[in-house]
Design a protein around this ligand. Sequence first.
Ligand code: AMP
Length: 112
Amino acid sequence: MTLFERIIARQIPAEIVYEDDQVIAFHDISPKAPIHVLLIPKKVIPRMGEVQPSDVGVLGHLLLTVPLLALKLGVAETGYRLVINNGSDGGETVPHLHCHLLGGRPLGWPPG
Ligand code: AMP
């Protein structure tokens, strides 16, 4: 099981902020901003580079969840950033597709 599958299965504790049948969102254990939440599909897709046409439904659902999550986290008005790291140069460390939602302060650009 991936680390995030273990969170879905409640084998590892996490501060879950949203969950439905297709996705789950929880606070990052090592936050890089005042708001740093990971939004992930429950289906294991290792990374963006491996998405399949059959994933279109879950990926669309994941993106449609973002504004609801932002409202719930209090950053809908102030703004936020979505990040998906892919592969070693991208900084990916967990091979289970996840979208970082960062906010709560002005974020620098470009990222490091
Ligand atoms: P990435 O580097 O894009 O693969 O992101 C993986 C993220 O998972 C990192 O930001 C980690 O801080 C986060 N992370 C690792 N373990 C946990 C955990 N047990 N609970 C919540 N977040 C975690």
